[in-house]
Write a protein that binds this ligand. Sequence first.
Ligand SMILES: Cc1cc2nc3c(=O)[nH]c(=O)nc-3n(C[C@H](O)[C@H](O)[C@H](O)COP(=O)(O)OP(=O)(O)OC[C@H]3O[C@@H](n4cnc5c(N)ncnc54)[C@H](O)[C@@H]3O)c2cc1C
Ligand code: SF4
Ligand code: SF4
Length: 1009
Amino acid sequence: MGVATSTILKEKLQQLQQTFEGEIHFDALHLAIYSTDASVYKETPLAVAYPRTVADVKKLIRFATENRTSLIPRTAGTSLGGQCVGTGIVVDVSKHWNNILEINVEERWVRVQPGVIRDELNVFLAKHGLFFGPVTATSNRAMIGGMVGNNSCGATSIVHGTTRDHVLEIETILSDGSEVVFGSIGEAEFLEKTEAETLEGAAYRQLQEVLQNPENQANIRREYPKASIHRRNTGYAVDVLLDHRPFKPDGPDFNLCKLLTGSEGTLAFTTAVKLNVVPLPPPVPAVLCAHFASLNECMEATLLAMQHRPDQCELVDKITLDCTKDNIEQSKNRFFVQGDPAAVLMVEFRRGTQDEAIAAAQNLIETLQTAGMGYAFPIVRANRAGQVWALRNAGLGVMSNVPGDAKPYSFVEDTAVALEDLPAYIREFDALMRGFGQNAVYYAHAGAGELHVKPVLNLKNADDVRQFRQIAEASARLVKQYNGSLSGEHGDGRVRAEFIPMMLGEANYQLLRSIKNTWDPHGIFNPGKITDAPPMDANLRYEIGAKPAEKQTVMDFSDAGGFLHMAEKCNGSGDCRRLDFAGGTMCPSYRATRDEKDTTRARANVLREFLSNTDGPSAPSNTDGPSVLPGLPKQQSLLAGKEESTDWQSVLRVLDLCLSCKGCTSECPSNVDMTTMKAEFTHQYYQKHGVPARAKFFGHIGRMNVVLSKVPRLANFFIKNSFTGGLAKQIIGVAPQRSLPALAPMTLRNWFNKHQNELKITGQKLGKVFFFCDEFTDYYDVEIGVKALKLLARLGYEVEMPLHPQSGRAQLSKGLLPEAQALAKENVRLFAKLINEKTPLVGLEPSAILSFRDEYPRLVDKADIAQAKSLGTNALLIDEFLSREIQAGKIDPDLFTKEPRKVLLHGHCHQKALSSVEDSVWVCSMPDNYDVQVIPSGCCGMAGSFGYEKEHYELSMKVGELVLFPAIRITDGPSVLIAATGTSCRHQILDGTGRKALHPVEVMYEALI
Ligand SMILES: Cc1cc2nc3c(=O)[nH]c(=O)nc-3n(C[C@H](O)[C@H](O)[C@H](O)COP(=O)(O)OP(=O)(O)OC[C@H]3O[C@@H](n4cnc5c(N)ncnc54)[C@H](O)[C@@H]3O)c2cc1C
Ligand code: SF4
Ligand code: SF4
């Protein structure tokens, strides 16, 4: 695109912005964020739009038609086939179109906007005893618009079918801007529709013509996948339409929703969907996790399992299971794994009671044992069944968490065959993969005749890209041999579209093209998907042969293969778009803004673009794909000038709302560690542009406190005085609404030195601990520190507090890495000599003590990494230490009150990511009659200095308001204790609710009698 064209388009987009009620972005940042989805593809879009109204979409349609560009509808963007990648305007409806519009409980339907999340819908429906059956592994963020677009289904398809089976009506805007509702219509109405001189009429007319043609009917029936394969998403579903009246006299009424579902946004724009919903399934699940010594045996067992009519029947193989071992989150869900199975078949039975569900599972065990199949048969009960499915659902994501350039990729992952063909098909498929030197990974919907298979390739390498195509072609040929479906659920997108002529025959393919041309003559709706797709190996995410040099970093990223490789670990799965109803922490900023820009995925995408650019800042690459619209130049991006590149400022912008909560470190299936990447990037940015005053202030606050703590009264006078305090906040850039913490009259270390007599052990000696006197406890939370020391002494632990440097947390969070590194090295040098399993280091503040486990090994010299890691395992949160001792029966419960008390507990984000809130539950539950409830909160929103900063204050409070503040506000007053492990969390709770929160050790200390 010439600069002139680019300028004209830019002006036109600016004009469009004037009347647009939603938002339109065409800055480098948004273009980079929306250049990928969860597939292997990347193309830079022209712009990104968040429409608010139907009128907005109509304006976009007019703009696209007039300017010969296209619209790419998108919801969560978790498509694996490249459905949401293109050079036109990405129209993301997830931000503003996410309401449930109407429900009719008697008639069992619900009407929703396309941006409603599938699981969120079910939370709403459950209140009415109803349920939307189809599910995807991504159901906690995938949205109805996308499920309809792709005709999604998943583990429940064997009972509930696919999305198509439940779509009653779709409200759309057609390519001429007309609004049309599609639904079930009788024969008379069908004929009436075919006569209308409208685009809608043309669409009906054309289908009538082609589907009543006997030759076409024969072609479709012969070439489409076997009718017994229920999950078949190859091409437009004209085979399904043939089973409707008027083409099948005893069929159901004609309904174009059957065609629109699975059409991947290529025919019309969806504004609302009416869905059939069903009564809630039986409430109690039992999951049989049958273990097999070979994949083949597992496949054969699947046939037997399906005869027991289970509710779900899913397979996970050894390679996938092995990948969950090192995933912080998923390793907790492996509790049922016995030995080293080649495959595990997870078979769920739902019944009215646990006994009935278990009995059903037992029946299957007997069948398998009689057939001599399987070697272990643990049955997981209802209370832990969710963990089994969490492990299974993480399958696709965790496999990306391998260092280096070779990754398992989704491109032959979605083939489905008739169930009876599955064992033979998989044997042949396995042989085919071995022929390519591939040790394939298998998992997922065995019960439905579909297994996901992901070959491992390096798509930066030309040979592997060639193999990418060869494997895809060979797999397509094999599927055709079994008359299977190339896509069972994920859709064609651009990865499979090229093979549709081979799968369905040329005549059928031309029929699909004619449908597309009738509905969308100007090719504005998601072109290049299903029909007329570019080659499946064009526009790949990585540039072939590109070898961007790994940048020199302070933090060690060798576990990922380097800084860039850490960013590249993001596969776009979109787990970071989960909302609070789905639990977890990741990603608090997205939860508050619902803006894709504030997801971990967006940050990883932008960092990847930035770091891939060996010569420093420049435009995102990969712009030479074929044009999808005639007459348009290959690349429609506006990224012509240097000022529009994914430069330092763009990265800074996308990282700005990252709270460094570490949620992604554990909850992202690929363990993308944005906290570490943000620290490193910020450091590199400061190297180039200088360190801002506020970063210096917060980063060096510890040093200042050394001085100020000598005159705490004077310092507090200035901090608390409204004039001087206000002025200080203004100068530093702290939000005026924030209260600044006061310095304690005496530091904890001074108290410790002066009050040794109060720490004498009078009873039984249980051992010795070293106390990490972190900079937050030392200067501010001295009262908590004193209680902790007294508690330890009272319980029988001798405490030593060697002189040591600060933790470096403040420096880490501000990207002052050389300072943080010096502190880390010094702490490791000092404590490595003292600390071991018997004499651990304990600390109160999670963000400080957990640096030993997380950041220090990344900061020390290579030669000291092993030592730092070993030290990290014995540097414990005081909660971890006490919980360990309580569970070992070392702590006498009679030391504590028997009074009943309720405790509401909020865990620190770093604790959730790197340790466990369970330890704090043990601590708070030490008094016999204390009833502890964990608040299902994610991040509190304060995150160190983040919530103090004036431009972050609003977001910080919004994050707090998501779950934490309301949960505290509804408690019945001061009789309920509020506990929080982090100093920032306690401050945030005070600012947000006016309630004082205690550290868990305070709860325990105050309960001593
Ligand atoms: C880890 C992982 C696991 C997965 N597991 C499954 C699985 O078990 N089962 C399964 O079926 N899929 C699975 N998928 C694929 C994907 O999650 C599903 O297809 C999902 O339903 C897509 O939802 P989405 O909101 O992300 O849609 P998007 O990806 O945003 O969009 C999907 C399609 O719908 C179209 N679309 C969206 N909104 C509109 C609209 N308003 N109007 C017209 N068209 C629209 C888009 O253009 C696109 O073609 C998986 C993906 C990943 C990454
Ligand atoms: S950051 Fe993690 S969770 Fe988010 S899209 Fe990337 S891989 Fe998925
Ligand atoms: S560290 Fe927290 S805020 Fe930052 S990207 Fe990860 S989950 Fe989101």
